[in-house]
Unconditional design. Structure first.
Length: 276
């Protein structure tokens, strides 16, 4: 069933687990994620990132993802990930996304809050949740212009009070797109934030966080973990192995029948790690 983000995060917060938010790039990996969620009777989030929105129109993405979410046996949220243009976020709401993230983290906090206020007002009455980011989570590769800045308590409190988002993404040492290494989470700073902020928290860059640290964070106010790199690696490695083992294979469906179970296994591992 298609639900918004708030419908997933409040139960997670109340029951001590977190929800996996997977970046997906087509029907095959989205199908794998939903299969994993259904097998574990877990809620899940299908997340569409900037690269995907530049590759495929929003209306086409919804045309593929929305029926998949609606027919699922478990709650599924269709979420627009980091998006910097207010107009694009509004288009996503109009096209049927059940959750959106306006990312004003690269702007001064007052401008960030004003952007979130616009999105929250636009989403009102449309059953769409809104995620904000305060501080800035950097990228290991691909987006060198994104700054690295820990979330400051005063700015986070201003966002919660004035912007009124449904969830807040924070920067505590996490980094997007870490491929073969791990980061050290600043738990001292995180605990200060957690005590101060009365809102579900979000961690981006999960693939680069040690499993013990993920478990620790998932037992806190962190209710949503964004996961991309490990799923893309599993998909790519499985496809590569399939083609290497079958040099004459050219049928896409035959390939995907071997790749999808691998991606499902990876998604299931991450869902279980978060407590579902």
């Amino acid at each position: 069933m298609l639900v918004n983000l708030k419908e997933l995060l409040i139960p997670a917060l109340n029951n001590g687990y977190a929800v996996a938010c997977f970046n997906v790039f087509g029907y095959e990996d989205a199908r794998a994620v939903v299969d994993a969620a259904e097998a574990r009777n877990a809620s899940v989030i299908l997340s569409i990132n900037l690269d995907m929105t530049q590759f495929m129109p929003l209306s086409h993405i919804v045309g593929v993802m929305s029926p998949l979410a609606e027919s699922a046996k478990v709650p599924v949220c269709l979420h627009l990930d980091h998006t910097y243009e207010i107009a694009v976020v509004k288009q996503a709401i109009d096209n049927g996304f059940s959750s959106v993230m306006y990312d004003g983290s690269q702007t001064p906090i007052d401008d960030n809050i004003k952007g979130i206020q616009q999105i929250v007002a636009y989403a009102a009455g449309k059953n769409v949740s809104v995620e904000a980011e305060v501080g800035s989570v950097p990228y290991a590769s691909g987006r060198d212009h994104i700054k690295s800045a820990l979330t400051q308590v005063s700015e986070a409190l201003d966002m919660v009070e004035k912007g009124k988002p449904d969830a807040l993404a924070i920067s505590v040492g996490n980094i997007h797109r870490i491929e073969n290494n791990f980061v050290d989470i600043n738990f001292d700073h995180f605990e200060i934030l957690e005590r101060a902020i009365d809102l579900p928290l979000v961690i981006h860059g999960t693939s680069g966080i040690k499993h013990d640290d993920i478990r620790r964070l998932s037992n806190s106010r962190v209710c949503k973990f964004n996961i991309g790199t490990c799923l893309r690696q599993r998909f790519g490695n499985a496809l590569r192995q399939t083609l290497d083992a079958n040099p004459k294979l050219f049928d896409r469906l035959s390939m995907m029948k071997q790749v999808i179970p691998e991606v499902t296994d990876e998604a299931s591992t991450m869902i279980e790690l978060l407590g579902q």
